[in-house]
Design a binder for this molecule. Structure first.
Ligand SMILES: NC(=O)c1ccc[n+]([C@@H]2O[C@H](COP(=O)([O-])OP(=O)(O)OC[C@H]3O[C@@H](n4cnc5c(N)ncnc54)[C@H](OP(=O)(O)O)[C@@H]3O)[C@@H](O)[C@H]2O)c1
Length: 297
């Protein structure tokens, strides 16, 4: 029997790519926010009862990290209560759930890459809300997988990659934070490896729980910005910037604190799922290839 898949967040960076990558795996429904609002338990219940998915893939989230500091109730409703409701429905209806989470569940103080079972300790409202969602999915009793990723960007959408490409066109000098380290991860890559994982259920036993999935390697935001600009210049794209200065986090104050170390240990991804993560530089080049027609057209 064909699996019925409900994919949330279809307009987001990851959701848009998942909508393509999961096409072959079942009959898919990708409801708009108006039909399936994570802040409205009634609208979620109605859609779940009508569509009766065998698999819920939750790529929707409240992702405005800084705004969450002043909207904690909404962040918690969307990132905590909604995954709880979806996973609860899955448990009662013999369905499974794949849920996405973040490196921001950690405090970033570790001197090495974070493993799946390392102690969490979010330092922002967003991180705390995502951790609440993780716990609810884990404790729901449903077959589940929680995929934690980091520093997500896509060829489409608002993200660091597009911001740097724009600023590099407009300004001669950029100041970019150099004391936060992570692995910039392409949403297209994450969607594709998610499809490989989702193609092999069940999400039970050793194939359940938390999984770290991100690009291989690590870099600071400053290093990532330099790589973007270097490649844009090499491709002949408009670049005005001459100096990219490294600055400390304290030089770019934001409402929400961010982990200094966002690097995720990727051992389990290879060991259990046989997936070798692509280095972040290769993922960046692939994303730039997709952007190229709009830059060069
Ligand atoms: N972005 C990152 O750097 C990053 C890093 C680590 C982990 N993650 C995690 O990765 C996942 C995907 O992130 P992303 O970057 O693809 O997110 P995104 O581009 O910000 O997209 C978020 C999606 O969630 C939807 N959404 C938000 N509130 C909703 C609501 N109340 N009801 C229904 N839909 C709602 C949005 O719909 P609208 O278009 O209607 O707003 C959009 O489709 C999330 O779980 C996120 O926490 C992201």
């Amino acid at each position: 029997m064909t699996t019925r898949i409900l994919l949330t967040g279809g307009t987001g960076q990851l959701g848009r790519n998942l909508a393509l990558a999961l096409q072959e795996l079942g009959k898919m429904k990708v409801p708009a926010r108006a039909e399936f609002d994570l802040a409205s338990p009634t609208s979620m219940r109605r859609m779940l009862d009508e569509w009766r998915p065998g698999l819920i893939v939750n790529a929707a989230a409240y992702t405005a990290v800084d705004r969450a500091e002043s909207e904690p109730e909404l962040a918690l409703a969307v990132n905590g209560a909604a995954p709880a409701a979806m996973a609860g429905w899955a448990a009662r209806n013999d369905a499974a759930i794949v849920h996405y989470s973040t490196d921001y569940v950690f405090d970033g103080a570790a001197p090495r890459a974070y493993r799946e079972d390392d102690k969490t300790g979010p330092i922002s409202v967003y991180g705390a809300s995502k951790l609440t969602g993780e716990a609810a999915v884990r404790d729901s009793g449903a077959d589940h997988l929680i995929i934690r990723t980091s520093w997500l960007y896509a060829a489409q959408g608002q993200n660091f990659l597009h911001t740097i490409l724009r600023l590099a066109r407009e300004r001669e000098t950029l100041c970019i934070v150099d004391d936060q380290t992570g692995a910039p991860t392409s949403a297209q890559w994450l969607a594709r490896i998610s499809a490989r994982i989702i193609a092999k259920p069940p999400f039970a036993g050793d194939r359940s729980g938390v999984l770290h999935a991100a690009a291989a390697g690590s870099v600071s935001w400053h290093g990532f910005a330099c790589a973007i600009v270097e490649r844009a210049r090499a491709r002949g794209w408009p670049v005005k910037v001459e100096t990219i200065s490294p600055i400390p986090t304290s030089g770019y104050p934001t409402p929400a604190a961010r982990p200094r170390n966002s690097v995720l240990d990727l051992d389990r991804l290879g060991r259990v799922y046989g997936i070798v993560p692509t280095p972040w530089r290769e993922q960046l080049d692939a994303a730039l290839d997709r952007i190229a027609p709009s830059m060069e057209g």
